[in-house]
Design a protein around this ligand. Structure first.
Ligand SMILES: *Cc1c(COP(=O)(O)O)cnc(C)c1O
Length: 396
């Protein structure tokens, strides 16, 4: 891959903030806490309202702080346009409800994020949308389902929490052969590690709540892609109202200024920790795309610039061992989020897949004793020593 300029570090800092003409010459983007924007000149007002000249009217449509956030993500994903939302789930649901109509078909995989899986199983069928969920790593089976025709091919990689990796270039081709829209949730990889649009996808989605913001202090979501398509999603959002708050947009923007540094450190920490755990006698299984033992390592090597900050592992001794281990971790929040500067741990049964029944988790191949480990930016020596002492507390 040829490196493009401005590169990721520069875009993380300056993307969406290159215009130095901020309010009162402030060097930092103001948080514009205003519902509406006033006009003395009615003709000017009309032109802005009709999008014939730039400007803002009402913050359910557009807002300057929110627009800067959209612009930063747009640049990092190399997209024509981006539209933001109040959460990752809002980005996902608004995108799906924009693209799909009754009688149409979606093909996706069994391992999507718990909330997304719930949209597929509970909500879309109520609108007579036919949903087909394939085995996540069975590329032939996905291609066969897609070949029968579908409006949307919805993918997520690496998956949560088993870190399966899907070949985006291959499946984008399969989707386009039948005229499908290929939508990718890129939350786990981040634009630093993978750019799905460059691999052929039509739309890329993020829960900005996770790695983009990186500080676990603001919820947000975003969809990026071709201007016309993003405009349709924007139109759905402006009417249905799942907007991003300007304060949250500011927190996410501020977090994103260090995105490239954080992801570099998290890639490094996660790989070291995965190797440490894989060699540990009290660990049954480790799932991380950077490990040679991972079933999709060969795809990850081709598709990812780094393997991401999240890994999963199962200690020997089942859920009892999980119960014994977690409280002894000193440098990890036991919580439901991921992608933060602090290390965060949690069993999928209480975090990402709490919406999903035990039977469904089993069907998805998620062991009950699995622990999702989202490596923070701490020193990896400390994180490894911490895991070592906590594993020592487990009585087999
Ligand atoms: C967290 C997450 C979501 C949902 O995002 P929210 O901001 O919590 O609504 C969607 N996809 C993935 C992969 C996630 O990790």
């Amino acid at each position: 891959m040829n490196k493009q300029y401005p590169a990721m570090g520069t875009l993380s800092v300056w993307g969406g903030e290159e215009n130095k003409d901020f309010w009162q010459r402030s060097t930092q983007l103001p948080v514009v806490h205003s519902v509406s924007f006033g006009y003395q000149d009615v003709d000017e007002w009309l032109e802005v309202a009709l999008a014939k000249r730039p400007g803002h009217i009402y913050s359910r449509n557009t807002n300057p702080t929110v627009a800067a956030f959209e612009e930063k993500v747009r640049r990092l994903e190399g997209a024509e346009a981006a539209v933001s939302f109040g959460s990752g789930m809002a980005a996902i649901s608004n995108t799906l409800f924009t693209l799909l109509s009754p009688g149409e078909r979606v093909v996706s995989v069994k391992d999507t994020y718990g909330g997304t899986n719930q949209i597929f199983l509970e909500f879309l069928p109520r609108f007579q949308i036919d949903v087909r969920l394939c085995d996540t790593t069975d590329h032939e089976a996905i291609e066969a389902e897609v070949a029968k025709g579908c409006r949307v091919l919805y993918l997520e990689t690496p998956t949560n929490p088993t870190l399966k990796v899907i070949d985006l270039a291959r499946l984008s081709q399969a989707g386009h052969a039948v005229g499908a829209m290929v939508v990718v949730d890129n939350t786990f990889a981040t634009p630093i590690n993978t750019n799905p649009l460059a691999l052929g996808a039509d739309l890329v989605l993020h829960s900005a709540t996770k790695f983009l913001g990186g500080h676990a202090d603001a919820l947000g979501g975003v969809a990026c892609g071709p201007a016309e398509l993003v405009h349709q999603i924007y139109h759905f959002r402006e009417i249905n109202g799942a907007v991003l708050d300007p304060m949250a947009a500011y927190l996410l923007l501020r977090g994103m200024k260090t995105l490239h540094l954080r992801i570099r450190q998290q890639n490094e920490n996660a790989l070291r920790i995965a190797r440490f755990l894989e060699a540990h006698p009290l660990v049954e299984q480790v799932l991380y795309p950077g490990l040679e033992s991972h079933q999709n390592h060969h795809i990850a090597v081709r598709q990812m610039r780094g393997f991401g900050g999240v890994l999963s592992f199962a200690p020997k001794g089942g859920f009892e061992a999980v119960r014994a281990l977690l409280p002894h971790l000193r440098y990890a929040h036991a919580a439901a989020n991921l992608g933060a500067v602090e290390t965060v741990v949690g069993p999928p049964a209480t975090t990402s897949h709490v919406e999903v029944s035990r039977e469904q988790r089993a069907m998805m191949g998620i062991p009950e004793a699995l622990i999702r480990y989202s490596a923070g930016i701490e020193d990896s020596d400390d994180l490894i020593a911490d895991l070592e002492q906590a594993l020592g507390r487990v009585q087999l």
